[in-house]
Design a protein around this ligand. Structure first.
Ligand code: PGA
Length: 342
């Protein structure tokens, strides 16, 4: 398909629910009329801008070394600082086609400035992975890591946010602050937050909505305890958590993390992971409709280089949320490579 010459610049677009406004939206709509379904968009600084028109699927990509990599769809209204150039029309037929697998590292309460060497090592070894690569450092390192990763494919995320946009909440961090420091994702409802801070589904839902409003993609964590699994309650528990903490609109990621597998070196069997992920895809489809096919469902809990490939081969496992093994570039890089090869 021939390259397209259209380009568009504009001020930050604001909006929600997929409403398209602003000059870029106008250019996209014009091009969409010309070509049918989709268009490819490029944002500055090597970032791939990803766009979805309501009721229309878009496959978005970037060209590197003569190859085109395809990303996934996201709502234009939630992005800032647009400077886009439509490169090429790519029709997308299914929601699955808009999906790019995600390797997410959660550093938890680990890392000082000296740890940023791991980021340099990771980027040197994996400058252009096929999958999306994300690190969620402690908030204190976000801005520094953003600087260290400038111009790279590494995405950054926070580990929690407050449901309010701003205000008198000593010690808390808003979604807009995370965004301001360089985040595009935020982990929400991690089992350590649920256990240590008594967070429940309603609060996690409120945080997820705040994240979406600020232009962040929430990664919503769910998972059963060992006692719940032993009692045969796994699907009940995670189904309830999913229903209670997932916003009905907006781009999001689900992370299934059995509590008993986190940081323990133990993992469920492949059959158990397959059962839960198939269940979650179906439940998500019941909750939000057909676009659930394009929502990434990550597995988390003791993912390491030695078990990553086997886990990534499971249907409906669209990536991983990695704790301990994300702290070392060599280990996280091996997981990124396994996901890229899956
Ligand atoms: P782990 O942590 O990889 O160290 O088990 C996973 C997580 O908590 O996200």
């Amino acid at each position: 398909m021939a390259a397209l010459a259209t380009s568009a610049k504009g001020p930050p677009d604001k909006g929600s629910g997929g409403a398209l406004i602003g000059p870029i939206a106008a250019a996209l709509k014009r091009k969409a009329r010309e070509i049918g379904l989709g268009a490819m968009v490029r944002k500055g600084m090597n970032m791939t801008a990803v766009v979805r028109v309501p009721d229309t699927l878009w496959r978005i990509g970037e060209e590197k070394e003569g190859k085109t990599r395809y990303g996934r769809s996201r709502q234009i209204g939630l992005h800032h600082h647009w400077h886009c150039r439509i490169i090429r029309a790519i029709p997308a037929r299914t929601w699955e086609e808009t999906m790019q697998k995600l390797a997410a590292g959660n550093w938890k309460m680990n890392g000082l400035a000296a740890s940023l060497g791991e980021v340099q090592a990771l980027l040197a070894a994996h400058p252009a992975p096929v999958c999306e690569m994300l690190l969620c450092p402690p908030a204190t390192l976000l801005a520094q890591m953003n600087w260290a990763a400038r111009g790279s494919n590494l995405r950054l995320g926070g580990q929690d946010c407050h449901p309010d946009a701003a205000g008198a909440h000593t010690g808390d961090i808003s979604a807009a602050m995370l965004k301001d420091a360089g985040a595009t994702y935020v982990v929400l409802g991690h089992s350590e937050r649920r256990a240590d801070h008594g967070e429940g589904d309603a609060l996690i839902l409120a945080k997820a909505k705040a994240a979406l409003t600020a232009g962040l993609t929430p990664i919503i964590c769910i998972g059963e305890t060992e006692a719940q699994r032993d009692r045969g309650q796994t699907l009940d528990v995670i189904g309830t958590q999913l229903d209670g903490s997932t916003p009905k609109g907006g781009d999001l990621v689900i992370a299934y993390e059995p509590v008993w597998a986190i940081g323990t070196g133990r993992t469920p069997t492949i059959a158990q992971i397959a059962e839960v992920h198939a269940f979650l895809r179906a439940r998500l489809t019941a909750l939000i409709g057909p676009r659930a096919a394009g929502i990434r469902i990550l597995y988390g809990g003791s993912v390491k280089p030695s078990n990553a490939a086997e886990i990534f081969a499971v249907p409906h496992v669209d990536g991983a949320l990695v704790g301990g093994a994300s702290l070392k570039a060599a280990d996280f890089g091996a997981i990124v490579a396994a996901l890229s090869a899956a």
